[in-house]
Unconditional design. Structure first.
Length: 324
């Protein structure tokens, strides 16, 4: 098939392009960033730098395409989404114009990457969470800015299917992590940020590490290989409702620091910043529906995935300190 990966220069998009090429597909990868800033550039793909906020660009990007995977969005970790709500909401232009152009160009199937941030905040106030099931998204009270855009765009996919017959698939990703992603600069998420801080502490010898919040907040984290597998399984399925793609292995942020410190072989002292953004108190993925509908759930352990992620981030940190 001829497939489009929107946001192919990003973290998940870069891994997806590789996997689709390995499966033998003809891949067009589009991202607005200059090639130097793409996490991965796969020469076997048709790589294009273009801004998908605009309808004309989306019309070109979806021309002669069978399947669209929309991974393009202006996003980052908690520090970014809590302070850039308007920018996050502007990603609605990407999904709107990609849907419109997919319809006009006769695309057969469309994937949209939604997020656990669509879930109501009042269901995430306790670190001992009850995992979030798909039905918990309504009545709607998502994460301000980023989460509202995701919920709206999910809904638009549904109505493009109902009203125009465009087949859509929607995944609600729960924290995805792994190599070849954002690890510095303010948009990185917890697994990469923790890995970077520990790697820097190891190099500098200063083992006092700043932690956002009291560290008792809990999350689940999904390794990138599971994410890609889930996206491909969902896209090939006949599941038309939004489903969670996330790990059900819960950990506190304090325990995540301790896990990575052990990989690095150092003892750390955590210094908690209670004024820093920390998001919801606890969040986990309820995988009942994905197991029922796809007969599969993400299974790569946090130990295994974090070790690979720490090793990669550590290499980046070493590389950047050597080049200073
Ligand atoms: P990322 O920031 O690494 O990738 C997104 C890419 O989209 C970037 O390369 C960016 O340049 C590109 N982009 C932004 N605006 C664009 C535009 N106007 N035109 C073309 N390209 C544009 O993020 P990611 O982690 O790979 O996330 C991919 C998708 O998955 C996003 O929709 C994100 O909201 C969603 N998601 C990610 C996670 C996660 O933990 N990584 C969790 C939930 C949902």
């Amino acid at each position: 098939m001829k497939v489009l990966v929107a946001g192919g220069g990003g973290f998940i998009g870069g891994h997806l392009v590789k996997s689709l090429l390995d499966d033998g597909h003809d891949v067009r990868s589009v991202d607005q960033k200059p090639f130097d800033d793409w996490y991965q550039v796969h020469d076997a793909a048709e790589n294009v730098v273009a801004d998908l906020q605009y309808l004309e660009t989306c019309m070109d990007a979806t021309k002669d395409i069978d399947r669209v995977f929309n991974l393009a969005a202006d996003m980052g970790g908690m520090g970014f989404i809590e302070n850039n709500k308007a920018l996050c909401m502007l990603s609605v232009l990407i999904n709107t114009h990609l849907l419109e152009s997919a319809r006009a160009n006769g695309v057969s199937r469309y994937f949209y990457s939604s997020s656990a941030c669509v879930y109501a905040a009042d269901k995430q106030t306790d670190p001992n969470v009850t995992a979030l099931a798909e039905a918990d998204a309504y009545p709607a009270m998502p994460e301000d800015g980023y989460g509202w855009e995701k919920l709206f765009s999910e809904r638009m996919c549904r109505h493009f299917t109902e009203d125009f017959g465009l087949e859509t698939r929607v995944a609600r990703f729960h924290n995805v992590y792994g190599p070849e992603g954002t690890w510095t600069g303010g948009r990185e998420k917890a697994p990469a940020a923790v890995s970077r801080k520990i790697a820097e502490a190891k190099i500098s010898g200063d083992h006092v590490i700043g932690v956002w919040g009291d560290g008792l907040q809990t999350r689940s984290f999904m390794y990138i290989d599971d994410c890609i597998e889930g996206v491909k399984r969902l896209m090939d399925s006949d599941v038309t409702i939004p489903i969670n793609i996330g790990s059900a292995e819960l950990i506190s942020i304090n325990d995540l620091y301790d896990m990575v410190a052990e990989f690095a072989g150092i003892e750390i002292t955590r210094e908690h910043d209670l004024t820093a953004p920390q998001g919801v108190r606890g969040r986990n993925s309820d995988n009942t529906l994905i197991l029922e509908l796809l007969g599969w759930e993400p299974a790569i352990s946090l130990q295994e995935g974090m070790r690979k992620t720490y090793d990669w981030v550590n290499q980046q940190v070493l590389g950047s300190t050597q080049s200073v």
